[in-house]
Design a protein around this ligand. Sequence first.
Ligand code: ADP
Ligand code: ZN
Ligand code: ZN
Length: 755
Amino acid sequence: MNARSIALQALTQVVTRTPRLRLGPMPPPLLLHVALPVPVPRLFDYLPTDPANPAPVGARVRVPFGSRVLVGVVTGHGEVAHADASALRLAEPIDTAPLLRGELLESLRWLAGYVHAPLGEVLATALPGALRHGDALPETGLHGWRLTEAGATARATLRKGRPRTLADLLADAGADGIEESTLFDPLAQPRDAARALLARGLVERVTLTHRPGPQPGVGPVPNDGQRVAISAIDAARAGFAAFLLDGVTGSGKTEVYLQAIATCLGRGRQALVLVPEIGLTPQLLARFRTRLGVPVHVLHSQLSDGERARTWAACANGDARVVVGTRSAVFLPLPEAGLIVVDEEHDTSYKQLDGIRYHARDFALVRAKALGVPVVLGSATPSLESLHNARGGRSMHLHLRVRAGDAKPPQVRVVDVRKRSLEAGLSTEAFDAIAATLRAGGQALVFKNRRGYAPVLQCHDCGWSANCPRCSAPERNVPMTVHAAGRRLQCHHCGHRKPAPNACPDCGGLALQPQGAGTERIEDALIARFTDVPVLRIDRGTTGRRDALETQLATFGDAPGVLVGTQMLAKGHDLPNLRLVVVVGIDEGLFSADFRAPEKLAQLLIQVAGRAGRAAHLGTVLLQTHHPEHPLLATLLSGGYAAFADAELEAREQAGFPPFAHLALVRSEAQQVEVARGFLDGARACLGSHDLDLHGPLPAPMPRRAGYQRVQLIVSSPDRRRLHTALDATMHDIHALPAARKVRWSLDIDPVDLY
Ligand code: ADP
Ligand code: ZN
Ligand code: ZN
């Protein structure tokens, strides 16, 4: 359905309601079908407070529900079938006009059907918290901040600090001031400084009538590959088309987005850009702002409720022309949509792992189709799903084959570490290469996908190791990670922490030794070796907030130094002086049971390697492994990601795995394994009469977590429609199983993580 037919439909809804005003015999009382955020797969009926003027479809209402009051969305009108309207309770209107309308409401209805979740829960997931809880739609007019006269006088007397920095910034901007979204976004947060200055009358917040800001900047002249991509996207402007923009890091994908967005803006349309959580950096936003010359709105997890609601409202009323956001931005209203971009489309953070388990990239495709606009999926390492779609002709495969500008691809060297002595997991070659890079004035990055000091604490006398009491099961021990140089133990699965024992609990021996190396231990070794340069560790332990990461990297700067960290370093903040990447300890990923593990590992390796040598310097990548002839590494090294993907797609087809099959995963957790299994036995019986492949109930790959036994049932079919028809037919019965009330269960459509 395109935007116009949706608009027509909305119009007819209004028209068909008018006969209610007719005089004559009383029509039957009207009732409202309301979607509520409760885990019950149905709508609830309420009466309007004013039957002559009922809340329209898409408007929010406040309703009594049991002993609670909930906010829901009217999703339809009906008529009371019989005369007992008195049994129904009243819905108090919140909005006079629909909040959710047109394409967005229809797409969300589709999503509820696709993930087989209650519409009310899907709508609650899609709305920002403030709107979900019933707040009024915030006003969004363009606002600016500027110095008052008092502020101009007092500025010089302010002490150094954030308020002073802000005042200086505003003084430079002059009478026009600075547009609000530019001033506060995204991660530098002088909001508290602004409030402090506002309270003292030194700054003022003014309504702007025009958009101040730089004129759109001029980008580089596109190369051949970029030109082909830009004109293909441009040619598709009249309707839905999907593009897979496949190009190595630094090949100029972002340039293609920028040019396509500029064209979209020129046609008076809105553009939505989705980025992974870690990809939304101030660098990226600054680049968008200076190039596009319009305010760029943002949506991400660290905005306040009020800010999220404002971005939502600005999209809904058309004030926002370009919005860049993480996963949940896929739910923004786009009444004048012209283009959707999904950057790093392979990134698994696009999949929500709890609650409503949607995939933002996949839903972006659905929305683009409903909106009738082109959608561009960009990646250096496309997901196998997207490559499969391109091969099947469902999207157009665009290639950017060379790095843009003068940057050269990095040189990759495999270091066979069998029988070598390692220090904190690092080989002599690695230390030497780091030293050489630092001497030449460059930066080095050591990538290790394990945070903490060491992954295991073991007794050298008897072999005992410290395992998590809440996650270990008889058939599978889950070691606790050693932190704080050996003083503390922590489980990375459930968060359980305890001090490390002084003596072995089994034999009383004192020979407890951390085994292997995590980022903390590598950091220690690097600090000991390279005493005159900064060593910065980046992992979830060091960056509670994302702006902490940004601040740390900004302070680190471009001078010689060493970074060590987890996959948080695989993307995001651009590091122009990074010349060497050392990859350590990927070996466990080579032998994982998860069928997606090779894909994830290949993507990670290519992404991390791509960080080296982005600017003028040739980059080098050292890959340390005990398995230099592993086929995955061999294929990646000889043929690159494309060759790997070809081989992997073939293996998936042979094995009947996605994208050649469609999966649904039913998970069940309970204190007792029989209880968890009992529910899935029931679910299996419900699904049994349909022509599906059922695997399970089986213990989950991680059979116990945080004290809960975990069992799963994998439902699979080569035919997507058959899978969904079966789920449609059975979900009601599965919800109604008596065992369902004794377990925590969930349904995950197209699961990315079979954990
Ligand atoms: P990607 O998004 O694929 O990583 P970018 O668009 O960020 O690539 O481009 C990488 C670098 O190359 C950027 O500094 C960008 O300004 C520059 N660049 C992109 N396209 C061109 C071009 N056609 N000519 C010169 N430089 C370019
Ligand atoms: Zn012991
Ligand atoms: Zn645990």
